[in-house]
Design a protein around this ligand. Structure first.
Ligand SMILES: NC(=O)c1ccc[n+]([C@@H]2O[C@H](COP(=O)([O-])OP(=O)(O)OC[C@H]3O[C@@H](n4cnc5c(N)ncnc54)[C@H](OP(=O)(O)O)[C@@H]3O)[C@@H](O)[C@H]2O)c1
Length: 340
C-alpha cells in the first residue's frame, strides 16, 4: 500500500485496528496454550538471592508489589522506588508482615523527573554498593492529558515508562556490575508491536497519539525492549524484558485509559487475565532468577519463553541510535560525572 494512502487518518486508524486485533488474537492463543498445557508442568530452577539487594520500581502496586513480595519471600533485601510514599510504606509493612523479612524499604522515586531519578539512585547506591536485580517495572498506561510535557521536556509517558528507567539503569550500573550474575529486568508489553517510534519525533508531537491514544504506551514499551537489547550488547549485565500478558491491576482500570481499551479490558479480563501475584511469581521470577536463561541477554520473553515476534523487531542499529539519543536527552554524561 502506498505510503501517502497509509497517512490518511481513517486508513491509519483502520490499519492500527487491524494490527491490534491480530496481536490480541495471537496473545490470547499463546496465553491459552500456556495456561492449559504448560503452566502446570513448570519446573523452577532459581538462583538463590537471600541477602542480595533487589530494586523494584513501581513496587507499591500491581505486578511490582507482588514481585517485591516474591523477592522478600526468598530472603532478598528489597528496595522499592515509588512516588506515593504514604501508600508505599503501607505496602512495605504488609510485605514485612507477610514474609517475615524486615529488609524491605521504600524510597521516593518520581520517574517523570530526572532529578528525582538521580536522587533515588544516589540514595540506593550509598546504602547498597552491590545490586543483584533491578526491576524496571513502573509504568503508566494512560494519562488524562497525553500532552503533558515534563520539566525535562519529555512527553509524560516517555519520561515515566522509558527515560527514567534508562537513566536509573545507567546510574546504578556500577552497583549492578559489582554483583556476580546480576540482572536487569524490564516490564514491557505486547503493545510494543504497535509502535511507530520516530527518533526525530520522540514526544509524538508530529505523529499524534494513534488509535485510542495508545501510541505513547506502545512506543515507550518498544523503547524498553530496545534498551534491553542494547544493554545486552554493551553493559556486561544480563538484561531481560518480558510481556506479562493481561494482568488485572489498577493500570487497566484507570479512568485515564482510553475508552476503547477499557472496554476491551472489561470484556476480556475475567477469563483471560492473570493476577498480579501470578504474573510476578511466574513471569517476573523467570526473568529475574531462572538459571536456564542465566546465559542469555538482550531478549524479550512472553509466558516464560522467547517472544520471537518481538525479538525480530529489535533492530540493533536502531537500538544504538535510541541509546545515543536518550543519553543526550537525559544529559547522561553530566549526571554520571556528578554521580560517580
Ligand atoms: N496490567 C497489565 O495488563 C500489563 C500488561 C503489560 C505490561 N504491563 C506493565 O506492567 C508494569 C506494572 O503495571 P501494573 O499493571 O502493575 O499497574 P499498576 O498497579 O498501576 O503499577 C504501576 C506502578 O508504577 C508506579 N508509577 C506510576 N508513575 C510513576 C512515577 N512517575 N514514578 C515512579 N513510579 C510510578 C505506580 O505508582 P502509584 O501507584 O503510586 O501511582 C505503580 O506502583 C507497567 O510497566 C505496565 O506497563 C502491565
Amino acid at each position: 500500500m502506498c505510503s501517502a494512502f497509509r497517512k490518511i487518518p481513517f486508513v491509519q486508524k483502520a490499519l492500527q485496528l487491524k494490527t491490534f486485533t491480530v496481536l490480541s488474537t495471537c496473545a490470547t492463543f499463546d496465553f491459552f496454550i500456556y495456561k492449559h498445557f504448560k503452566r502446570n508442568s513448570i519446573q523452577r530452577d532459581e538462583e538463590d538471592i537471600s541477602g542480595k539487594c533487589v530494586v523494584v520500581t513501581g513496587g507499591s502496586s500491581g505486578i511490582g508489589r507482588s514481585s517485591a513480595r516474591e523477592f522478600a519471600k526468598r530472603g532478598a533485601t528489597v528496595v522499592i522506588g515509588d512516588v506515593d510514599l504514604k501508600n508505599g510504606q503501607k505496602v512495605v509493612n504488609e510485605i514485612r508482615q507477610q514474609t517475615g523479612n524486615k529488609n524491605v524499604s521504600i524510597l521516593k522515586l518520581d520517574l517523570s523527573d530526572m532529578d528525582s531519578v538521580e536522587e533515588f539512585a544516589k540514595n540506593v547506591s550509598a546504602k547498597h554498593p552491590k545490586i543483584k536485580i533491578l526491576l524496571n517495572n513502573a509504568g503508566i498506561g494512560g494519562s488524562k492529558d497525553k500532552n503533558i510535557i515534563t520539566k525535562d521536556g519529555f512527553n509524560i509517558h516517555i519520561a515515566v515508562n522509558y527515560m527514567g528507567h534508562f537513566l536509573l539503569t545507567n546510574l546504578l550500573m556500577k552497583n549492578l556490575r559489582a554483583e556476580e550474575h546480576s540482572r536487569i529486568v524490564s516490564t514491557t508489553s505486547t503493545f510494543m508491536l504497535m509502535q511507530e517510534l520516530d527518533l526525530d519525533d520522540i514526544n509524538m508531537e508530529k505523529s499524534g497519539f494513534g488509535l485510542d491514544n495508545g501510541l505513547p504506551y506502545s512506543n515507550t514499551k518498544y523503547c524498553l525492549a530496545l534498551l534491553t537489547k542494547e544493554l545486552g550488547k554493551r553493559s556486561g549485565v544480563n538484561s531481560y524484558a518480558f510481556c506479562p500478558g493481561m494482568v488485572n491491576t489498577p493500570i487497566t482500570h484507570s479512568p485515564d485509559v482510553a475508552p476503547g481499551l477499557r472496554f476491551f479490558y472489561r470484556i476480556t479480563m475475567s477469563w483471560l487475565s492473570v493476577t498480579a501475584d501470578e504474573a510476578a511469581s511466574e513471569f517476573v521470577m523467570f526473568c529475574a532468577l531462572e538459571n536456564r536463561i542465566k546465559g542469555e541477554t538482550g531478549m524479550v520473553y512472553r509466558f516464560r519463553k522467547h517472544f520471537h515476534k518481538a525479538n525480530k523487531n529489535l533492530d540493533a542499529d536502531f537500538a544504538e541510535r535510541l541509546w545515543d539519543k536518550s543519553s543526550e536527552m537525559v544529559r547522561l554524561d553530566e549526571r554520571l560525572r556528578r554521580f560517580n
